[in-house]
Design a protein around this ligand. Structure first.
Ligand SMILES: [Zn+2]
Length: 278
């Protein structure tokens, strides 16, 4: 994807393939029926792709989210971000900035490996509310996370400890870097962040995790099970959806299949629809 002078490439790290009933508190088979084409045609499962995005412009090499890491636990699978960097011809040391959209374990996996900072020249950026929440000694590991993480390696308290003195904090809406603004999308986590990219009069958005599937974005208040604050999370989706629709912006979410870019618009019947774009 090209937005003005910004080149944005997806870095595939892996995937988590789960049944649709695993995703939403208000799941119903009828609700999914019109959206079955978004499921994996082989298994009728939801494919959550894992990874990040590399935004390159001027002298900046900005990594947005650091994948699930080299040793994911089922149903997280993969650990291939290293190969994705090789494919782009970029070394981890060339990354100037790492922005975490939030601090769930599938977004911080390559931040450190074996206690060493993987992107050793980068500045790291995260919303202070997420840092305070996930780095607290009182952090209460939710059930879903207990099943997919190694407590000696994967939680933010362990993974991010070596970075603690290299973090630049922001809170909610901010001008983070030239052409990159943070947009408050709290609810999935306390400091969940969407990035608005602007260059040469063009705009696009990297959504992070307010939404996890295409129907969650175009339908009304699908309630994702892993949101920390559910109502706030769904309110954030409504705000983001409005901006995407009103401005007809291209966007990519952190887990849509293939980390594919898309747009939303009304179809012929006036119903909101999603279409992938190249
Ligand atoms: Zn995630």
């Amino acid at each position: 994807m090209q937005i003005g002078d910004m080149r944005i490439d997806a870095l595939l790290d892996g995937e988590a393939v789960v049944p649709p009933s695993f995703c939403y508190a208000n799941y119903s088979e009828e609700g999914w029926e019109p959206h079955k084409h978004f499921l994996d045609p082989f298994s009728d499962m939801v494919v959550h792709t894992l990874g990040g995005f590399l935004v390159r412009y001027d002298d900046k090499v900005v990594l947005v989210d650091a994948g699930v890491g080299p040793q994911p636990i089922f149903p997280f699978a993969g650990g291939a971000m290293r190969s994705a960097f090789v494919k782009l011809g970029v070394t981890p040391s060339e990354v100037t900035d790492v922005v975490f959209t939030h601090l769930h374990l599938d977004h911080i996996g390559w931040a450190t490996v074996g206690g060493k900072i993987y992107f050793d020249n980068a500045n790291f950026h995260v919303d202070k509310r997420d840092w305070d929440y996930f780095m607290s000694p009182d952090y209460d590991v939710p059930e879903w996370e207990q099943g997919v993480s190694d407590p000696s390696r994967d939680p933010a308290t362990v993974r991010l400890a070596p970075l603690a003195d290299r973090i630049n904090f922001f809170v909610g809406d901010s001008e983070l870097l030239p052409g990159i603004e943070t947009v408050d999308a709290a609810g999935h986590t306390p400091g969940s962040t969407v990035l608005r990219l602007t260059s040469q009069g063009e705009q696009g958005m990297l959504l992070g995790d307010p939404v996890h599937t295409q129907p969650e974005l175009i339908e009304d208040r699908w309630d994702f099970l892993a949101h920390i604050e559910h109502e706030q999370g769904m309110d954030s989706i409504e705000r983001i959806r409005k901006e995407l629709f009103d401005k007809n912006l291209p966007f990519a979410a952190a887990h849509f299949p293939g980390l594919q870019w898309g747009k939303i618009a009304n179809d012929d019947s006036g119903k909101l629809s999603y279409a992938r774009i190249e």
